[in-house]
Design a protein around this ligand. Structure first.
Ligand code: NAD
Length: 485
């Protein structure tokens, strides 16, 4: 574990360095409430240096000018190095974010998979030839878009960081990544691994800092050519406005209030497991959390009873002890969750499980909240509409497929949806009607889903990450037309 009397440096231009003003962030372990590490806090001047270093790497022969297959090989080495250090990274992620160790282990494997996947496509970013008739040769080249700024949240730091960094590097871009000040540790390790594996100085810069200083400086920087932002709608809108000033494209991965629709004919064992995991993974602090359960009215009583039993049996504890659920990221977030549960009760929802901080006196002084089921929720309630970002499931009922679709779509968000049924017609009817970027049937997620396009409809954002589609964000198309005789 990192000593708390030393300050971890930023990674800029291939070197570790303190912040320009010597400032540092205290990084907390949410499982204990204690300081885990101290990390240099990037200033505007540090962001200037990082962007300048990335611009140089873009132009340099050893990155921007490297043969694509060579870039791919560097990414493969990063993937392998992540796997070689998997346990160390998982423990660090678990301490930094509070998530159960096995979830952190999965995140690390998914991070490695991103580098492997995009390492494999670095030399397959193809252009097209366009038939223009005799005497004209027309073709397109997909060139790197330039310096990519990546602003990352605290909930899946290594996974979300790798999701943006790997395709950007594969395309030949250079990156400046600002992890969240709440959980920056594995991002710094990723920067070190990149250098060890052959990324030249400046190709990947890691600059932890606050949103109000480092985040704003990066999002508004004229030396940035593209922004990938993952976070809340409110900050996303601010970032998009800054990007607009520089006429720079943005990938927006924002929040969600994703529905899990359970029909009476569903495999109940599978559905209970799936619905619980969809909301309680990472203590509900997941953009794609299945935070609304829509259950067919005639199955409601039996299904909720099973879900209550499952939820009450869940063990809470420090992430590194690998419990069923870890703590919330911060005291502030814990208080927000408490307020939402109180609002739900005032609106008429019934707490069917949880609904409080745990009474367990054996838990250390972390930020714990019990996994919570709010039953008898109706679509207009705030707890059915607003993203709580905690382990709180809002339970609603429906009678018909059409009504399920209507309730599912009664949201400003549209990130992910789940449907649980044995009837393929119902499944496809909802897959067609639900307005969200992903629909899962009888599953919710599929491993890391690296191969599948991911992104939002409506206020869940725009642009797609993961899969081959992500490459569109990191390339720009040049058309070349030649007249010949
Ligand atoms: P946040 O919006 O508060 O912060 C996200 C990042 O933006 C952090 O690095 C933060 O420091 C930075 N930031 C804050 N203010 C900024 C500003 N003015 N300018 C530039 N950068 C700024 O979000 P969070 O609390 O870290 O994460 C939770 C939110 O993220 C939730 O709404 C969640 O749904 C969303 N999220 C979405 C996805 C997705 O892929 N769609 C994934 C994870 C989290």
């Amino acid at each position: 574990m990192t000593a708390t009397n030393t300050v971890e440096g930023l990674i800029i231009d291939g070197r570790k360095a303190g912040a320009s003003d010597g400032g540092a962030l205290d990084v907390y372990d949410p499982s204990t409430g204690q300081v885990l590490a101290r990390v240099a806090k990037a200033t505007r001047a540090d962001i200037d240096r990082a962007v300048a270093a990335a611009r140089r790497a873009m132009e340099a022969k050893d990155w921007g000018g490297l043969a694509p297959a060579e870039r791919g090989r560097v990414l493969f080495r990063i993937a392998q190095a992540i796997r070689d250090r998997a346990e160390e990274l998982a423990v660090l992620e678990s301490r930094d974010n509070g998530k159960p160790l096995r979830q952190a282990r999965t995140d690390v494997q998914v991070a490695a998979r991103y580098f492997e996947f995009y390492g494999g496509v670095a030399d397959k970013i193809l252009g097209t030839t366009i038939p223009m008739g005799p005497g004209l040769l027309d073709f397109t080249v997909r060139e790197p878009i330039g310096v990519s700024a990546q602003i990352v949240p605290w909930n899946y730091p290594i996974q979300i960081g790798s999701r943006g960094v790997a395709p950007a590097l594969a395309a030949g871009c250079a990156v400046v990544m600002k992890p969240s000040s709440e959980a920056p540790m594995t991002a710094l390790r990723l920067g070190e691994i990149g250098l060890e594996c052959g990324l030249p100085p400046g190709a990947l810069n890691i600059v932890p800092g606050t949103g109000s200083e480092a985040g704003v400086a990066l999002a508004s920087h004229p030396g940035v050519n593209q922004i990938t932002f993952t976070g809340s709608v409110e900050v996303g809108v601010a970032v998009a406005k800054m990007a607009a000033e520089n006429v720079v494209p943005v990938v927006m991965e924002l929040g969600g209030k994703s529905p899990n629709v359970v029909f009476a004919d569903a495999d109940a064992d599978l559905a209970v497991q799936g619905v619980a995991k969809a909301i309680f993974q990472n203590a509900g602090q997941t953009c794609s959390a299945g935070s609304r359960l829509l259950v067919e009215r005639k199955a409601h009583g039996a299904f909720v009873e099973r879900l209550v039993a499952h939820t009450r049996a869940m063990k809470l504890g420090p992430g590194v002890d690998d419990p069923d659920m870890g703590p919330i990221i911060s005291k502030r977030q814990l208080e927000t969750i408490e307020q939402y549960v109180a609002v739900g009760q005032k609106e008429g929802a019934r707490v069917a499980a949880g609904g409080r901080r745990p009474a367990d006196t054996n838990l250390p002084g972390g930020f714990y909240y019990e996994p919570t089921l709010l039953d008898e929720v109706t679509p207009a309630m705030r707890v059915a509409q607003e993203e709580i970002f905690g382990p709180v499931l809002a339970i609603l009922t429906f009678d018909e497929v059409e009504e399920a679709a209507e309730i599912a779509n009664d949201s400003v968000y549209g990130l992910v949806a789940g449907v649980w049924t044995r009837d393929i017609n119902k499944a496809l009817a909802l897959a067609e009607r639900i307005k969200s970027g992903q629909v899962f049937v009888n599953t919710y997620g599929a491993g890391g889903g690296v191969e599948m396009p991911f992104g939002g409809y409506k206020k869940s954002g725009y642009g797609r990450e993961k899969s081959l589609e992500a490459l569109a964000s990191y390339t720009q198309t040049k058309n070349v037309c030649i007249r010949y005789t």
